[in-house]
Design a binder for this molecule. Structure first.
Ligand SMILES: Nc1ncnc2c1ncn2[C@@H]1O[C@H](COS(=O)(=O)NC(=O)[C@@H](N)CS)[C@@H](O)[C@H]1O
Ligand SMILES: [Zn+2]
Length: 477
């Protein structure tokens, strides 16, 4: 794509920075002529594929991958009352096949419960069929009416991982909820993205669920981004779709279920949480290019240097690293700018002096420079990549912890919400939550807060003073 120069907007104007870096770092092209639909550039798609390869490797320990149809007949979609209420104003409908109107109109899946569960009802017959744990990575469609934004709020969610599990009873399903939360925690640790887990208030749970556990990240502007959810579905859907099994005593039992979703918001989190004024900062675990070699050609030794660079590149590739050499005829500084914008975790410079001293000068994306010996270069580079990962994770943890504020008054809450997420005590009454949300233009995000930076304890409700519990309050995307 076009090689532009010039600085990005400062990160202090996060929205402007984000939109510009999505374009300049070749992630997505937002010019597609349908609102809320965007096009992956190859580089962005490579980042997406490495990220989802990681997600699949974690899911495949305990689930199997499959693929269900996109189109859902209205007859199936309109079965679970709460689910319908939750999605009826977001669903796209297909009403014609060619020129002929369809006798049953078809929904484009907004999520796939109503596509999958009629099939689960056919597949699940006996306790021996349980637990059943399948997932798929598909595109889903939601007619979002709020402000759409690439990777964050789409009308076509291009990379919607949805896991749907079936269990013999409520407790076994609850164990699966905890398992999925552990999986999501490992996934985001590998991405260097700190998360806060909490239980959404009942009025915000997934339509048709018993309860919803949410995974939130904190954006540079202090707003939260919900980057995953795990829902305990109880037997709501198994009742509606008749997912029953014969138990060990030969009795027919209703199954219990969970579902778990992560979308390309996980890519948005990598970009937003780690990025800086120079552009992307990518974790080596998912960076399309982990190392870029820059030959420093001076004087008459060009050939000798290029030979050494080619040797180094093939050695690093043989060690399983994703390496590129930038031998373009341009100033090294312009090359540094390009690869920093694209978030490459490590740059290796090789010039005449390095040849003579049998060394390599390495600079990680946070600007830390290290000179390493030429021999065992692959080992040293891997160590530098691990150190770079720890550094970006520490930086992100520092940002999260410094943007979590505990307050006891509405005034302090208002003040802190400008750039932080807030921890309060709440009695659990919706009336107090409504009042707090109205007075502070925020959302009550959840209770049962799980974060190493939050003490989940008791205290007087910030609104009514009655006995309350720790709750998270924030403004979200
Ligand atoms: N319009 C959207 N654009 C991008 N990501 C979205 C959008 N809507 C939801 N998501 C992401 O998708 C995740 C799962 O969506 S959900 O509605 O919460 N849950 C489900 O649909 C369940 N069936 C689990 S798959 C959310 O946690 C959120 O991170
Ligand atoms: Zn209260």
């Amino acid at each position: 794509m076009a090689e532009e120069t010039g600085a990005l907007p400062s990160r202090s104007d996060f929205s402007a920075w984000y939109n510009e870096v999505i374009r300049r770092a070749d992630i997505m092209d937002v010019r597609y002529p349908v609102k809320g639909l965007y096009v992956w550039y190859p580089f962005g798609f490579a980042l997406r594929n490495h990220t989802y390869t990681l997600l699949r490797s974690l899911l495949n320990r305990d689930h199997e991958e499959t693929l269900f149809p996109l189109l859902i007949p209205e007859t199936e979609f309109m079965k679970e009352a709460e689910h319908i209420k939750g999605f009826e104003d977001e669903v796209y409908w297909v009403t014609h096949g060619g020129l002929s109107p369809l006798d049953v109109k078809l929904a484009l899946r907004p999520t796939s419960e109503t596509a999958i569960y009629p099939m689960y009802a056919l597949w699940v017959r006996s306790h021996a069929d349980l637990p059943l744990k399948l997932y798929q990575v598909v595109n889903t469609f939601r007619y979002e009416t709020k402000h759409t934004r690439p990777l964050i709020r789409l009308r076509e969610i291009t990379s919607f991982m949805e896991s749907h599990t079936v269990h013999t009873d409520w407790d076994d399903a609850n164990k699966q909820v905890e398992y999925e939360l552990g999986l999501a925690s490992e996934f985001y640790r590998e991405l260097g993205v700190p998360i806060i887990i909490s239980r959404r208030p009942d009025w915000d749970k997934f339509p048709g669920a018993d309860f919803t556990m949410a995974i939130d990240a904190v954006m540079p502007d202090g707003r939260t981004l919900q980057i995953g959810t795990v829902h305990h579905l109880g037997d709501h859907f198994s009742t509606t779709y008749n997912i029953t099994y014969e138990d060990v005593n030969g009795e027919q039992k209703l199954a219990s279920q969970t579902c778990f979703g992560i979308s390309e918001r996980c890519i948005a989190a990598i970009i937003a949480v780690h990025g800086d004024d120079k552009g992307l900062v990518l974790p080596a675990t998912v960076a399309p290019t982990q190392v870029v070699i820059i030959p420093i050609i001076v004087g008459k030794r060009g050939e000798e240097i290029m030979a050494a660079v080619e040797k180094l590149e093939s050695e690093l590739k043989a060690a399983g690293l994703r390496v590129k050499t930038d031998a373009r005829d341009m100033r090294p500084g312009a090359k540094y700018y390009h690869w920093e914008l694209h978030g490459v975790p490590l740059r290796v410079e090789l010039g005449p002096r390095d040849l003579d001293n049998s060394q390599l000068v390495c600079a990680n994306r946070l600007g830390i420079k290290t000179t390493i010996p030429r021999e065992n270069a692959a080992e040293s580079v891997k160590r530098l990549l691990d150190e770079a990962h720890d550094q970006i994770l520490d930086k992100a943890e520092e940002h999260l912890s410094s943007h979590l504020k505990t307050v006891t008054t509405v005034e302090a809450c208002n003040e802190m919400l400008e750039e932080n997420i807030v921890v309060v005590h709440w009695c659990g009454e919706k009336a107090c939550a409504d009042k707090l949300e109205e007075l502070t233009n925020s959302s009550l995000l959840g209770t049962g807060v799980r974060s190493k930076y939050v003490v989940d304890d008791d205290g007087p409700c910030i609104i009514c003073g009655k006995a309350g519990k720790t709750a998270l309050v924030g403004r979200s995307y």
